[in-house]
Every structure is written in structure tokens, then in C-alpha cells.
Design a protein around this ligand. Sequence first.
Ligand code: SF4
Length: 493
Amino acid sequence: MSIPFLSKSRFGAGLQCPKRLYLECYRRDLRDPIDPTTQALFDAGINVGKVARGRFPGGVTFTQGPLEHDEAVRETAAALTRPDTRALYEPAFTHDDVRVRVDILAAAGKGEWDLVEVKSGSGYKEEHLADVGIQLYVLEGAGVRVRRACLLHVNGQYLFEGGAYDLERLFTIRDLTDEARGARSELLEALKAMRRPLREPEPPSIAVGPQCKRPYVCPFYTHCHDGGPEHPVDQLPRTSPKLIEALRAAAIDDIRDIPEDFDGLTDLHKRIRASVITGRVHSDPELKRALEKLEPPIHFLDFETCNPALPLFKGTRPFQQIPFQWSDHVLHADGTLEHREYLHDGSTDPRRMVAGTLLQTLGRRGPIVVYSGFEERIIRSLASVLPDLSADLLPLVETRIVDLLELIRAHYYHPGFKGSFSIKGVLPALVRDLDYEDLEIREGGQAAAAYVELVASATQASRRDEIKSALRAYCRRDTEAMVRLYQKLRGAE
Ligand code: SF4
């Protein structure tokens, strides 16, 4: 029986899990839909790839899609023989029934080429070696003389000085030639092993496990986990690999089946276990007491930030968190609720305006309720880049901030949390009439991508208006959710 061609991404899928590779080849219809944050990351990665080409300028781009692979291979072969070819972007090769498209192939002189795999992250990860290794194998098998096989990634230390990016400094190139050649026999073994199940009429029988989330969340996650236990053990937060391994070894896959004295359970795990077994909420009186101590005006604060791989503003670095928006719901002593907000409009660095407006809205009185330590980190980062405001900013976090997430994690559990303490995990269990479903933007990653689009010079004015209103609605919903959680936990709802 003939089996489908493999590709760079299918090879990666096969390394993660043989069943994933099988489903990628034969049942792509079972994949989970791509969530907006993941899509935004893909899009940002494509953009980094385009900019990275500037590091090897003057190249030829191959635009053929996967169905035109053979044509792309022919055109690549022709381009390789032309003496004036400096670089090829997305050239195509086939060897041993593996098809690859190389991000960049750069002429290295004397008929040799440098293979460059572009990653939009800031460093090398173990799984990148297989990515480079499979391409090197295919190219050499196809007769290309490869001088170096490299990984190009973003240099997180690069300081953007405005104007055009300095591509030499924005990107770091790591030579993986020796490691990739050294791992060749292992790679061929893996290739052989992953092809075997593809000849079978059914996917291999593989139990769900840590491989479902490592190194990437598997696109077939829902398909494989459907029909599983009601409270799977991987819902336990902050588990050590040792605990997961011990639970697997004991064939325990539902939290309710874990013995109370099972080695390695933390207090939090025990609280979750007890709550899902009884089906009842666990609530320490300390939580209510801590919330009752908060004296109005109580601020409920949330930031939206972006951390693009390609820095937007002079004086910033790749992946640096840049706040561009805040929302503040203020609960007054008379029970009235007021909403204030700021969204930076325009292509300038938003941080000074964000900090200035924030100080105005927060004033000098009242606790500042946040959800997670993120807001504190952002305020501290603003204080460090705006030293003239640090004497006003630092007291906000030193004396007034209250982390609702930490309070809930320490004192409360609802079986409906399903192991998650994120606001989007907690809200549906506690405040049923409020969610994010009606919003255009529903996740922080999506908000970050929307802001990058907002400040892009090519974005039309009408689209900008749409983005601004979607961002305002999203950030406002986050602080409204906090208010409702606070009221619910205080027993006021
Ligand atoms: S969800 Fe897990 S078991 Fe299923 S295909 Fe993916 S990695 Fe394999």
C-alpha cells in the first residue's frame, strides 16, 4: 500500500505522536479549529519570515502551493543552476518520499548553499534540530551541496533604534550542521518507524499523555480526549512531571480515583480532589474576610499589552511587553460602579500616556484589584522606563494591589473550574450570565495582534475604528468580570 508523502511538519507530527501523524495524513477533518491567539501567532511568524529574507536579499520566491510541489521542485532545480542566484525563498525539494520547502536557501559560493530555517521565537529549542535535520537530509539526498544548516531566530536582546531594522542584530544565526549530521541515523530510524502505522487501516492505538501538549498542543487534542474521564488528572494545576508519571504508572486517569494520601499531591491538588469528589464548592472563610476588608473606592484594573517579535517602538526590544490600554471599573462606597478606560491611539510609544492616565484614574486611594501578577509586572516595568513617574507608580503595587486570582487559588475551588484558575476558567462556573462570546476579541493574544494591526500604517481608518471598539469592549469585559467575581465571592450576588 502506498502511503502519503511526508513533509517537514508531518515529520514533526510523527515525532510528537504516531497517532497524530496518522490523523494528519488521513483525518485532518478531526483537527480542532485554530483559536484566534494561535492564528495571530502564525500570522506574526509569517511576518518575521518575510523580514528575515532581508538578511539574505535579492532572492527568488517560490509561491507554488503544496499541490504544485513537483512544479516548484522543477523551478527550484532550474534556479539552482543559474550563476546569478543569490538566495531562494521557499524552494522545494523531494527525496525519499519526503517533501520540504526551505525557508531560505542562500548561495554560499563554490556551488554550495546555506540552508536557513527561520523561527519567530527568541532562541533554540530541542525540537528545532529535527526540523533542520530532516531538511538537510532531503536536500543532500536531492544532490544539493549544503555548506551549513542553520537556525535563524529573533535576538531578544536587540534594541530597536528606530528607522529600518538592523537585520544583522535583529536576528541570530545558529549553525546546526554538525548536530544535524550527527543525528542523521536517529532521524532515519524515526522516519522508518513513523511510516509503519501509515500502512494500517486504523490509527495506532496511543493513550493520551504528556505528548498531547509537548512540544505543542496537539491539533487532535479534543478528538482524543473526548469520551475520556470527567475530571482528567491533567486538569490538576502545577503538577510535577514526577506526579504525572506516578499517576500514569498507577493507571489513574480521573482525579476522583486518586487516593487521598497519594505521594506528591499538593494542598491545592487535595482541595481540588475533595471538591470534585463531593461535587461541592470549597471556600475558606478567609476569602470573604479578605474581600470584606477592601474599602471603597475599589478599582478593578486590567491592561492589554503586546509583545511583538518585531519591535514597534524605538527603545524597545523584541518580545518586550508594551501596555497600550487599560480598563478600570471603580466600585464606590454607595454601590455605584463607574467605568474608565484608556486606549492609546496612534503610532507612538504608548507607555507614557498609559502611565499618566493610569495615575489619574487610580488616584491615591483605594485598593486595586487585579487578576494575576501581570498588572503588577507591567506597572513596575512602566516605573523602570519612566523614572520621573516611578515615585507615583511604585506605591500602586507596593501598597494597594490585591490579586484576586491568588486569593481564589488559596481559598476557593469550584468543580466547574476544571482545574483552571484563569478568569475565563473561573467565570463560567461563578457568573453564568457573563462571558466573552458576543465579542469580536475574546483573548489577550488576539487583542495584542489587533493592536499591531491598529498601528500598522497600511490599516484603513474604517478598520482602525472597528479594532478600537473591539479592543475597548474586550478590556472592559475583563474588569467587569472581576467586579462580578468579587461580588459573587463576597456573597453580594
Ligand atoms: S491528542 Fe495525544 S494521543 Fe491524540 S494524536 Fe494528539 S498527541 Fe497523539
